[in-house]
Every structure is written in C-alpha cells, then in structure tokens.
Ligand binder design. Sequence first.
Ligand SMILES: Cc1cc2nc3c(=O)[nH]c(=O)nc-3n(C[C@H](O)[C@H](O)[C@H](O)COP(=O)(O)OP(=O)(O)OC[C@H]3O[C@@H](n4cnc5c(N)ncnc54)[C@H](O)[C@@H]3O)c2cc1C
Length: 462
Amino acid sequence: MSSRRADEGPKKRFVIIGGGPGGTACATHAARLGADVTLIERDIVGGAAHLLDCIPSKAMIATGSAMSAMRAASEMGLATVDVKLDFEALRHRIKHIEGRLEDSVTSLLESQRVRLIEGTGRLVGSHEVEATHADGTIETIEGDIIVLAAGSRPRVPEWAQVDGQRVLTTRHAYPPPQLPEHLIVIGSGVTGVEFVHMFNSFGSDVTLIVSRQQVLPDKDPEVAAVLEQSFLDRGVRLFMGARAESIEVGDQAVKVSCNDGRIAEGSHVLLAIGSIPNSDNLNLEAAGVESEWGYVSIDHNCRSSVSHIYAAGDLSGKLPLSSVASTQGRKIAEHAMGLHASPHRHIDYDKAASAIFTDPEIADVGVAEADAFAEGRKIRVTKVPFSVSAKALINNDSRGFVKIVSDPATGVVMGGSIVGRHAAELISVLALAVSAGLTVQDLVESLFVHPALAEVLGEAAE
Ligand SMILES: Cc1cc2nc3c(=O)[nH]c(=O)nc-3n(C[C@H](O)[C@H](O)[C@H](O)COP(=O)(O)OP(=O)(O)OC[C@H]3O[C@@H](n4cnc5c(N)ncnc54)[C@H](O)[C@@H]3O)c2cc1C
C-alpha cells in the first residue's frame, strides 16, 4: 500500500468510535494516508477481539490442544505424561497475551499520531461526536469523516439470568471463575463448538445443546459430521434438536430445561447464541444514520445512509470476523481519502475465509457444495482424505479431508472446505485461489513441500 499523503489543503479529520480491529485498522491507515485521526475507545484498544473474543479464546484453545497432544504422547513414542491444568498460570498467560497485543496496537496508533481518547463516543450531529472522557469531562469533536466501529456483544435471551459465576456468556470465560466440573453449552454455532472443544480438552465434562439436527447448522453436513463424531468420541453429550428454554441455578448445580422435556444438569452454563450490535448508545438518529435490527446499513464502500459516515466490523452486520472488520477499516480509510473507488476494490464477503478452532480444525472459503447444490449451480467437487498424506501419518492424525469446489467448464476454483490439523492455515491457499481466480490446474502444478499437509490440496485439485 502506498503511503501517499494529502499534502495540499487542511487535513481531513476522522473521528472513529470503537477501537477494535475495524476502528484501529481504519485509524492507522487513514493517518498513514495523511488524515488527522481521533479514536474513541471506552475499554481496551484492540477491542473485544483482543480482550474478549478471538485472541483469548484461541489462547485457551492452544493450551487445551497442548494438553490433548500430551495425553496422546504414548502414540508418538513418548512416555505417558500426567497432564494437569494450572488455572492461575492460564489466567496469567491470557493476561500477558492481551497486554502484549494492547501495547502493540497502542504504539502503532501513537506512531501514526492518532489521538486516542479513553472514553465513550456518541453522535450529536451529522459532523459532531461527543466524547465522554474516563474522568467524566465531555468534549465535542468535529469530523469530516465519522467511522462507527463499536462492535457487538453476546445476545442474552430473556429467560437467562447471567451472573458471571455459574451462568456465563463468552465474555466471562477467559478463563471463568473456576474450571467447570460440567459445562453446559447452549448454542452449536462456531463459538459454541469452540467452547465445547476448549473445556473438554481441559478435562471438564461437557453437554452441548444443539437446536437443530446438526452441530454447525450453517456448515457443509460432511464437515459437521466429522466434528460431531469427534465430540462423541471425546465423551461430549449432545442434546440434538433441543431448544433451551430456562435455566435454574441451585446451590450445587444448574439445570437447563429444553422444549422437548429433556433437562441438562451441570455445574455451569455458557450461552453462545449469537450477538447483538453495540448501536444502542451511539445516538444514530442525531445524524440520520439508518440501521436495521441495530446494525448500521452500509453500501459496498461501507458508507452508511449519510455519505460521510461509515461503519466497520460487527456493527455493519456483515460477516462477524476480525479479519473482515480490519479489511473494512482499511477500505474505509482509502475510500474516504479518495484513493480509489473502482469496483474491483470492493470487499467480496463471499470470498472471506473463516475457520473454527476445534479439534480437528475446520475452515472454508467461497462456494459451499451444499449451497451450490441447493441453488442448482453446476459445480465439480473433488475430495481427498488426509489419510493419503504421509505428513498426516507422521503427525499421527489422519482425520478429515480437503474438498474443492470448482467450475466444471473453466476449472476456476470457486470454494473449498478443509477439516483436519492446521485447516485454518491451509485454507489460505484456497482463499488465494478463490480471490485470484486460479484454476484447479494451477493448484495441481504448484510444487508443494514434501512431506506437507498442503500436498493434499494439490491432490484434491486433480
Ligand atoms: C468467542 C468469540 C471468538 C471469536 N473468534 C474469532 C476468530 O477466531 N477469528 C475472527 O476473525 N473473529 C473472531 N470472532 C469475531 C471477532 O471478535 C469480531 O468480529 C471482531 O471483534 C469485530 O471487530 P469490531 O472492530 O467490529 O468490534 P470489537 O472488536 O467488538 O471492538 C469494538 C470496540 O468498540 C468499543 N465501543 C463500543 N461502543 C463504544 C462507544 N460508544 N464509545 C467508545 N467505544 C465503544 C468497545 O469497547 C470495543 O472495544 C470471535 C468472536 C467471539 C464472540
């Protein structure tokens, strides 16, 4: 990216509300392009992504994976190891990671001379943002460009009383007050299954309440089946087709009653049933910014119904991914600075890669086989299991497969799914193929490392 600066005239003033990946990416990029940037963050720079969502969850999953690997030591020619979680050490590790990330984002913002306000922001006019500083002082800041990047928070249904002790949302789980003896997870989307995997690895008993007949209901059924089997093999109890309706907290136990009469009993409950946007305190009406279900409506340039007000990240109601939030942030900076507006530079959300950090990992990008089938689109699907891979054998883990969806006429890679070890890394190859319009032949002709799991990508492209 060029570091072209707006040398003529007064600097464009950006005011950004929210310092998560969407807000900070926009701030640093706009400052680099010559804007005068103020960023208002009420909590921690780096946002929920660093403090409450992606990073701590992945850090805990990494600890759980290390425990699982040690439990399987004898299969790798090692003496059996006695694995025990040190909860305090884990807490310390997570704090350390959060601190490091916060410091690095803060110093990046400082190095770009972004003015950082610790406080809460809200719109008070179409060009004015009111910032209430942490010490209570109030300041009105004028912006030529305003960016709303306030993120989202976990959804709590009216029948659940969250106490942060026994009834938790994802925000209380890094780590929770104690290691649950038996955790009941309500919700089997991406977040729910990651928590099942995490706490099962730590040694907790886990029950998962799945409202449909498939965990990960939005994913390819073949992909979901591998995870479902892995959960069953690990002793996770699955309540399939059950909708949680109430939670009863007793002295020693919690009970979750479901609509089909079943009751799950455990020591703790974790709600993972989606999120809601943090737009209620932004005073969108003051500037006439339109929203739907609380999500700011945006166009392909992330511009709201008011042309100089943009929205990035979860608040925009697009894909709730950190990677998408930061890409939107960068695109907003470029668009608002007039760098380019040609169509090919718009974000294509359909080409965003995503991953689920379970064991095995799951990742996908682009067109899914089941969706293409449902839409009657002509596709070619090829699938190769990791059991053919020498590296999988070396790793003592041959679970899963690579599936590639391509255009039968041109061979262009349209999408793919990977289930297996390092799927979240391997999917990048398919993501690049999808976004660059590469063909299966391009993959076949790539000289992959041997032995490497990536070789299976070449084989699946054949
Ligand atoms: C458990 C979990 C795991 C996840 N794991 C992943 C993952 O592995 N990979 C991935 O890509 N995504 C993951 N996500 C999604 C990811 O965390 C979000 O998509 C991402 O954080 C969105 O970034 P954002 O900038 O929109 O908002 P956020 O990161 O939510 O940041 C918004 C910021 O705005 C601040 N704020 C809100 N209102 C105001 C206000 N009025 N004034 C000032 N500040 C305000 C908040 O304090 C917050 O810091 C996960 C989500 C969850 C819940």
